[in-house]
Design a protein around this ligand. Structure first.
Ligand code: GDD
Ligand code: MG
Length: 302
């Protein structure tokens, strides 16, 4: 069965890092988000992957192909952003089955998803949060959806759209072809008003990585779950304060101190006497000697 990754957004809220690295390729604990998503979609039973990207999306397609998780990957390139709905609608001919999974390219799920039972309606996965600002609020009573408020202005607790769907092709056909459209604003309200959309609650760990704050927080939360300093090279001569996730391909001076809650990517260089905590050092980034870094994302912007 097919799975689709929506990966053609501009990643504006994660700039400047997303000028060079498309958001879905940003690493989460040193693994590109999109690779984690491919593994997750495989675990849901998907056998074929379709990636909806913009012109710089070849980087995403290439990293997915190298991962070997899906034997077959198809890419659909947009010459202009069509929005989540317009992008999916324009790629509909590429889908082989009558229904397929769709995931936003910047969300991560850890934990068991309730079986997305094959029902006659399309399904939207929802997750309970204390503050829905910045997300799509889904008012639902068990599986029944009562309404949507995309990006509520006021802080509200409740269920949000977790960015994972199982959609029937015929439902997506309701959107006009060739036009820009939003799944969240243009399609889901219509589907739910026609009784064609159900909610499915995910109770595991969920995060959207699309802002600096959320990106860092997801690293802290996931490292908190890790035992000790998983992902740290077994023999290292610098100081490590767990939890940390350090690529064996990082070059770290013996007098540097790393951690706690710190990730260092492949090819990153940390100079002598530098001290880094609660931070993500992206692949190829350089940290100068004696730098004191706490609570930052550091990238290679050259
Ligand atoms: N192909 C393509 N074309 N993809 C797009 C486009 C487009 O024009 N616009 C956005 N996307 C992709 C982005 O790359 C991202 O992976 C996904 O669609 C969602 O876009 P975001 O920009 O991250 O949306 P959001 O986080 O503000 O809100 C969405 O996600 C929330 C959950 O994380 C909505 O779906 C909310 O309802 C939801 O709660
Ligand atoms: Mg997002």
């Amino acid at each position: 069965m097919d799975a689709v990754i929506l990966a053609g957004g501009l990643g504006t809220r994660l700039r400047p890092f997303t000028y060079k690295t498309p958001k879905p390729m940003m690493p989460l604990l040193n693994v590109p988000i999109v690779v984690r998503q491919a593994e997750f979609l495989r675990s849901l039973g998907a056998t074929r992957l379709v990636v909806l990207v913009n012109a710089s999306g070849w980087k995403i397609v290439s990293v997915l192909q190298k991962s070997g998780i899906f034997p077959k990957i198809q890419a659909h390139y947009e010459s202009r952003p069509l929005g989540t709905g317009g992008a999916l609608r324009s790629a509909l001919d590429m889908m082989q089955g009558e229904w397929f999974f769709v995931i936003n390219g910047d969300v991560c799920f850890f934990g068991d998803l309730p079986q997305l039972a094959l029902c006659d309606e399309s399904v939207i996965v929802v997750h309970e949060v204390t503050d829905a600002t910045g997300f799509g609020l889904v008012r639902c009573n068990n599986e029944t959806i009562e309404g949507f408020t995309e990006k509520p202005g006021e802080p509200t607790s409740g269920f949000i759209n977790a960015g994972l769907y199982r959609l029937w092709k015929q439902d997506v056909m309701l959107l006009a072809g060739g036009e820009s459209a939003s799944l969240e604003r243009d399609l889901f309200p219509i589907l739910s008003s026609r009784g064609r959309l159900r909610a499915c609650v995910f109770r595991g760990y969920w995060s959207d990585l699309g802002t600096h704050e959320r990106y860092l927080n997801a690293h802290y939360e996931l490292m908190q779950e890790m035992a000790g300093s998983e992902g740290t090279p077994p023999s290292c001569d610098f100081q490590v304060i767990p939890p940390c996730c350090i690529s064996p391909e990082a070059r770290i001076s013996s007098s540097a101190s790393i951690g706690p809650y710190t990730t260092v990517g492949a090819g990153a260089v940390v100079g002598e006497g530098a001290s880094i905590s609660r931070s993500v050092i992206l692949p190829g980034a350089q940290v100068r000697a004696y730098a004191q870094i706490e609570g930052f994302i550091v990238g290679d912007l050259t």
